[in-house]
Design a protein around this ligand. Structure first.
Ligand SMILES: *Cc1c(COP(=O)(O)O)cnc(C)c1O
Length: 245
């Protein structure tokens, strides 16, 4: 008898392949760039905690989620807590101020990659302060380098002010770099997408479906709103680059 379709994704094998590709890409970097091995952030949105645990058991430590609720649930999952004590969560989605306290409450939150306003930085700083953690919270500032209107992230000019603000007014935050939001659907006949070349010095690389398999979203009937909710966020394109400050 044939059982139900088994999840046939070999997470360990896929992790090795992605790591190998990253190594090859970074070996093509100009010698003028710092010799930094990029950190792989495994993006598990919509995927069950079991797959995250499997990746952890293959040595993966950094995991990214783009919805607050999903990160909070997975971070507090009892199995993840017991099997993955050294897990490091990255929040990679658009963060609204009214969700900050909830996110900050998640165990093992390591970094917020998407600070896109001074007000948000202040709110995160306050919330982290209340937690009285031993360490500062790492943050990246999100820059909309492709300057598309539908994407979150600061213009290049606003970025300077925001980074300066964090450095001088947010003592509970540790500014670690810039997250750039690239153009998705770039016409590759024009050459490689300039927003997605890890050869140019990315130190933080986010990869999801290549590790965990294609995402299947529940087939919500109907409204535009529902399909928008279930679909990919605009920031999906921001998966690649963070440059060292
Ligand atoms: C889903 C997601 C990724 C990973 O995308 P894949 O196509 O699954 O590799 C990266 N960054 C963000 C912000 C995402 O939401």
């Amino acid at each position: 008898m044939i059982g139900r379709a088994v999840m046939a994704v070999d997470v360990g094998l896929r992790l090795r392949a992605v790591t190998e590709n990253m190594k090859m890409a970074t070996s093509r970097r100009s010698a003028a760039l710092p010799d930094v091995t990029p950190r792989l952030v495994a993006v598990g949105k919509t995927k069950p905690a079991a797959l995250m645990i499997e990746a952890y058991c293959h040595g993966q430590r950094h995991f990214g989620e783009n919805y607050v609720q999903e990160l909070v649930e997975k971070a507090a999952d009892s199995q993840i807590l017991s099997v993955c004590p050294d897990i490091k969560w990255h929040f990679i989605g658009h963060l609204q101020k009214n969700n900050v306290n909830k996110l900050i409450g998640a165990p093992n939150l390591f970094m917020i990659e998407t600070i896109d306003s001074i007000k948000l930085a202040d709110k995160v700083n306050q919330s982290w302060q209340k937690k009285q953690a031993a360490q500062r919270l790492k943050v990246m500032v999100q820059v909309n380098t492709s300057e598309e209107d539908n994407k979150h992230g600061l213009s290049v000019e606003e970025t300077v002010d925001t980074v300066r603000h964090i450095l001088s007014n947010c003592p509970c935050l540790e500014f670690v770099g810039l997250m750039t939001i690239g153009r998705y659907g770039y016409d590759l006949s024009q050459g490689p997408n300039p927003d997605f070349q890890i050869e140019v010095g990315a130190t933080n690389v986010r990869v999801g479906s290549t590790i965990f398999g294609e995402r299947t979203y529940p087939n919500k009937t109907g409204t535009d709103e529902a399909s928008k909710e279930a679909g990919e966020p605009a920031e999906i394109a921001g998966r690649v680059t963070a440059k060292a400050p």
